[in-house]
Design a protein around this ligand. Sequence first.
Ligand code: MGD
Ligand code: MGD
Ligand code: SF4
Ligand code: MO
Length: 697
Amino acid sequence: MPTPATPTHCPYCSLQCGMTVARAGRVGVEIGTWNEFPVNAGALCRKGWTAGGLRGSRERLTTPLVRDPDTGELRAADWDEALDLVAARLRALQEAHGRDAVAVFGGGGLTNEKAYLLGKFARVALGTSQIDYNGRWCMSSAASAANLAFGIDRGLPFPLADVEDADVVVLVGSNLAETMPPAARHLDRLRERGGRVVVVDPRRTPTAERADLFLQPVPGGDLALALGVLHLLDARGAVDEVYVATRTTGFDDVRRAAAAWWPERVERATGIAADELHALVDLLAGAARVMVLTARGAEQHAQGTATVLAWIDVALALGMPGRPYAGYGCLTGQGNGQGGREHGQKADQLPGYRMIDDPAARAHVARVWGVPPENLPGKGRSAYELLESLGDGGGPRALLVHGSNPVVSAPNATRITRRLESLDLLVVCDLVLSETAALADVVLPVTQWAEETGTMTNLEGRVVLRRQAVAPPEGVRSDLDVIAGLASRLGSSAGFPTDPEEVFAELGRASAGGRADYSGISYARIVAEHGVFWPCPSTPEGQAPHPGTPRLFADSFATPDGRARFVVPEYVGPAEEPDPSYPVHLTTGRVLAQYQSGAQTRRIRELADDGPFVELHPTLADRIGAADGRPVVVRTRRGELRAPARVVATIRPDTVFVPFHWVGANRLTNDALDPVSRMPEFKVCAAQVLVPSSGRP
Ligand SMILES: Nc1nc2c(c(=O)[nH]1)N[C@H]1C(S)=C(S)[C@@H](COP(=O)(O)OP(=O)(O)OC[C@H]3O[C@@H](n4cnc5c(=O)[nH]c(N)nc54)[C@H](O)[C@@H]3O)O[C@H]1N2
Ligand SMILES: Nc1nc2c(c(=O)[nH]1)N[C@H]1C(S)=C(S)[C@@H](COP(=O)(O)OP(=O)(O)OC[C@H]3O[C@@H](n4cnc5c(=O)[nH]c(N)nc54)[C@H](O)[C@@H]3O)O[C@H]1N2
Ligand code: SF4
Ligand SMILES: [Mo]
């Protein structure tokens, strides 16, 4: 008999679909629809429906594991033994090598409460500057760009449903029909209303199937494409001169830069023919409400920030940001991809999206934490640079991981795995023995999703409450308990509460007055209002509460003068271009049934785990003699992967695609970083594909 169903949210992506969870049987759960939650209105994708699959599974960790120095194997330990050991070794390493000898790596899947407490733990209990998180590999280029252009970074500055009322939506590098399936209905409704969808992707994806105009550039071509659009918009007199004059600065320089991007040059850089470019500009120039949305296809490049800025320039030139049902937005990715970057687990940030090198920000947060501001460390290294510096790299000698599986998901993963292996101490908190946990000296088993309570901030900036619905398995603890347990063993006098609602209240105070102000949000309000959009400052006693902010930029931008900034994007091209030895483009991404590094979804029986594959065009397959389902080898300057070929006419003939949910794709990828966001170039590098002669190549 199921117990009463509790409304809560999915464990996976940034849509944070509402669902109900009830206990079923001794350990299982039953997932049901929660129709009143507006973002998904009852719809779930396959991953959501099967999310209970890890409950009661043998794959679930239920006891701490400690590596035995004699046998080299992981063995079960009790919590006190494991935490005492970790604390003692952290302290010894810091005494011998300084505070920064210990590093922390967080995740965009952690609740706001966990992300906040982890940042506080690093800065106060460990006193280390070395903390960053996997969100750096996710939407950081869009975050950098939005901060530069608009003075604030909220993925979508409007509710997702606004898509339905736009006239033209341009999706640059998003496959949302597979990465957030319930969101695709907004595109369908937009088209029913007579609106148009444009999709830009080197692959004709299920999302592209919904497009009125589909453009198929080479990977890394989006920046040049945007410059070409700006060129033609200006040539046609389609720039909104009044908007540009009253709401922005810097257009003249962009106009000059775009003047050199005539259609033939765009075609050489992107493979998009002049008539296709004109077709796109026809749609944009004639529309009253244009929405430009970017996702990882456009952003995960060494020029990701510049690429997003170029598309923001397009939206600004058309006069869209701040206009209803129009503007620019980034579709974030992880469950708490938005909140995860606001509360201080990023190397350069403190809670409330404050910058760690801003003296006023330091003073505010230090007051909330009850420590002298000068005790707070400064900026640390970005995610890839941090992992690359570990152990033999000359940087930190110990790493604590909460909510990431970098052995699978880091670029140039062979190198990163070696760095992890060279650490003096690796501690991983996880639900399962991920590839990264399998390398650890200590593994701490934690609660997941419906076993605990906490808030998540979805792709719209809507703060939602993921409520506990079932009891956790015996033996596991929440990340909050782990953090508090270590902090007290390290002798920290600052508070590390373990009650999520108490942590949320503290987080609200720490964020007050910051860019991402949560101080007016409470659990009760989230429940009553189906989520609250930040910024939502607190109001004085007796005054009406702040309503939250579903839509930004109607009157002004968050820059000092209130105007949006045009930034000149300079096209450099991918860090690695094809050449005679590595003649094709390799790009990577996702499939519907797997999530991220696959640590969770590969262990769920209902989601077929077929292993990685290499998607390639029939023309390329013919040239190298590959056949559908037979093995091929993809090789780059960093490594190689052998996997079955999937021969499809939907991909460009000069490009291959590999999903990154299994070990392998990231042995191939390039670790070239964006100069501003420090985003790695996951989405393009040069590769060769061949058919193995016999046996293993
Ligand atoms: N099923 C599933 N859903 C997920 C996730 C998952 O792992 N699985 N992860 C979640 C997370 S964290 C994220 S960040 C989001 C990501 O969501 P998306 O950004 O939609 O996902 P990706 O598959 O990484 O990339 C999108 C598309 O970019 C295309 N692409 C590759 N290179 C380029 C390029 O140079 N230019 C352009 N324009 N397109 C390019 C790819 O072909 C792909 O179709 O998904 C979230 N949802
Ligand atoms: N080639 C290539 N590589 C990529 C990408 C790409 O497109 N191409 N995309 C990048 C992107 S956008 C992202 S977001 C990253 C994601 O890649 P990862 O950072 O590896 O993300 P996950 O696989 O979600 O890892 C989360 C881990 O934390 C565990 N976990 C889940 N919930 C909790 C929790 O509450 N607490 C703790 N302690 N653990 C928990 C899970 O079991 C899992 O092992 O990959 C990046 N890597
Ligand atoms: S779309 Fe995302 S949030 Fe919704 S059910 Fe699927 S994985 Fe979960
Ligand atoms: Mo992501």
